[in-house]
Ligand binder design. Structure first.
Ligand code: SF4
Ligand code: SF4
Length: 355
């Protein structure tokens, strides 16, 4: 270890980071070993969860919720949905992984099934704009009890609650989680990380990141070590065709704008998107005209215009009553608002106060 000191963080702004000395050997720890299929079949749910825990696996679709906890639900889970919806524009890492690692994905699903003893149904959900990944999955699920669900491309449907509604027509009630309706949703990258940990003994130290945007001449999906500064990824995909006006970590709709390109890749970094001047231009906020577009489009059935009013006036109790904590921060309300109201920003501001 070299030091522990404050460092830019893509979500927190700044946080303490451990800087480690690189021995340049790029070798695995001597304790890391692969397991045979026979050994894996004998693993109990508790043992699998422990391996997943020690490998440091969290939800890699963006939420970063610890996977070993999600694999130990307090209620019976009958359905597993493997999420390859990847509905945000620009992001393609999950679908590429699906094409390249279909066999490992199927084995990873088997491991998750071992942890969920009441599981009856496995559905692999993918949007219809990913023909190569659909073909790969279609072939891989032949002879398995798994079902492929091809969804019409639509934003936002990659969120857990949206996916459950879309596929099973079941509403997850306000302030409840998928296990409350007997469902477990796992992102494809997370399933593959579980495979790597259990079959190969590999901790979660790298992930696929989509590096894209109009300013880049060579957009790519890159397999990156956690901790790599995003400026290195940008350099690798350059040269730049225009100076980026905004660097977003995540997709352009739900991602977070960064103040520096020194921020590192973390376990939840799905993408690095560089927006040009035109895409990033801030729009002038005008008064709400009560058109109701934000209410019509909100996938969580919220009234963003009313939460916005409550937030602007610092009425946190009212914002909570209006359901600000249920907002999935998809940004759709901002997108449809003819008055360019900063709705999602004000909802984000209300959330910590409401909590
Ligand atoms: S960001 Fe807006 S549209 Fe999306 S869930 Fe929140 S309030 Fe609804
Ligand atoms: S979309 Fe914009 S203008 Fe229309 S009701 Fe919502 S906040 Fe008001």
């Amino acid at each position: 270890m070299r030091s522990i000191q404050p460092y830019p963080h893509p979500v927190l702004g700044t946080c303490k980071a451990i800087s480690i000395e690189n021995d340049r050997l790029d070798s695995m720890d001597s304790g890391v070993r692969a397991r045979s299929a026979e050994e894996i079949n004998k693993l109990s749910p508790k043992e699998i969860r422990q391996i997943v825990h020690h490998a440091g696996i969290v939800g890699m679709g963006g939420a970063s919720f610890p996977t070993h906890i999600k694999l130990n639900p307090p209620r019976k889970v009958h359905t597993l949905i493997v999420n390859i919806a990847e509905c945000e524009p620009y992001l393609t890492g999950d679908s590429q992984l699906t094409v390249e690692k279909t066999g490992q994905l199927i084995d990873g699903i088997g491991l998750i099934g071992q942890c969920l003893p009441d599981l009856q149904t496995v559905i692999i959900a993918i949007e219809d704009n990913k023909p190569e990944a659909i073909e790969a999955i279609r072939k891989a699920v032949k002879g398995t009890p798994y079902t492929l669900s091809i969804l019409k491309t639509q934003y936002p449907q990659g969120g857990e609650k949206q996916l459950i509604k879309k596929i099973l027509n079941v509403e997850v009630p306000r302030a409840k989680l998928p296990f409350d309706v007997g469902v477990n949703v796992q992102n494809v990258s997370t399933v593959l990380a579980v495979y790597d940990a259990v079959y190969l003994g590999k901790p979660l130290y790298e992930r696929v990141v989509t590096v894209s945007g109009r300013c880049l001449s060579n957009p790519k999906n890159l397999l990156c070590r956690i901790g790599t500064p995003v400026k290195n990824l940008i350099r690798h995909c350059g040269p730049l065709s225009a100076e980026p006006a905004k660097i977003i970590i995540g997709g352009p709709m739900m991602g977070i704008a960064q103040y520096t390109d020194e921020v590192p890749v973390i376990k939840s970094t799905t993408g690095v998107v560089l927006l040009d001047e035109r895409e990033a231009r801030p729009l002038e906020e005008k008064p709400c005209i009560r058109c109701g577009a934000c209410v019509r489009e909100c996938p969580m059935n919220l009234a963003p215009c009313l939460i916005n009013q409550a937030s602007v006036h610092g009425s946190w109790k009212q914002a909570k009553e209006l359901g600000c904590l249920d907002c999935i921060e998809c940004g759709l309300c901002n997108y449809v608002c003819p008055s360019s109201r900063q709705l999602v920003q004000s909802i984000k501001r209300a959330k910590p106060e409401a909590r």
